[in-house]
Ligand binder design. Sequence first.
Ligand SMILES: C[S@@+](CC[C@H](N)C(=O)[O-])C[C@H]1O[C@@H](n2cnc3c(N)ncnc32)[C@H](O)[C@@H]1O
Length: 207
Amino acid sequence: VYLPALPRLDAVDRLVTSARAALFFAVLLLAVSRGHAADPRQPELAAPYVATPQSVMHAMLRLADVGPSDFVVDLGSGDGRLVITAVAQYGARGGFGVDIDPKLVQLANDNARKAGVADRVQFHERDLFATDVGDASVVMVYLLPTAMSRLEKKLVAELAPGTRVVTEDYPFRSWQPVRTLEVDTLDKLEISGQTLTQLYLYVVPAR
Ligand SMILES: C[S@@+](CC[C@H](N)C(=O)[O-])C[C@H]1O[C@@H](n2cnc3c(N)ncnc32)[C@H](O)[C@@H]1O
C-alpha cells in the first residue's frame, strides 16, 4: 500500500497529541457510558458518529484488498462512504451497512443513489450486534474499544473462513491481526487528537 509520508511530529508534539487523544477518549467513554440507557433493550452505542477520513478509507479498502468478488459490510456505517467506495471505485460486487441513526441511514442511501450504486449497496437502520454478517467477505469496523470484545466473539462465530476484517484505531483483544498498517494524516487530527491511525487486518481462520 503506498501512502505518502507526512512529516513526523517531534517528541513534545507527540506527548501533547497523546494527552489530547487520551482526553478525547476519556470524554468519549464518559459520553458512551452516560448514553448507556437504563433500558437493556436499547442497542449498545458502540461509537458516536465520526466519519473515516478519505485517505484512511482508501488505506482500509486497499489493506482488505477489496475487489470484484467481494461483498463488503460496514458495522456502524455512518454516511456509507466505505461500502459505497468499495463498490463504486474498487469494483466490489455489493455490500450493505447498518447504523442505529436513521438520519445517517437515509443519508447513506441517498449517497449510494448519487454514486449510482444503489442497486448493489443498501443501508439499514439496525443494531450491528443483531445483524447477520454471514454473507460478508469483507467487514469494516470503526467502533470504540468498549464494543470490540462483544463484536470479536460475534464475528469469529458468524463469518466464513477467509473473510477479512479491517478495524480502525482499535484492535480485537484476543484475535491476532495478519497485518497492521499505520496511516499518518492530518485529516485525523480533529477527530482523535492525533495524526496517526492504526489499521488492523484480520482473516477468519479455517475451522
Ligand atoms: C465512528 S462511526 C463510523 C462511521 C463509518 N463506519 C465510517 O468509518 O465513516 C460509528 C457509527 O456506528 C454507529 N453505531 C453505534 N452503535 C451502533 C449499533 N449498536 N448498531 C449500529 N450502528 C451503531 C454510529 O451511529 C456511527 O454512525
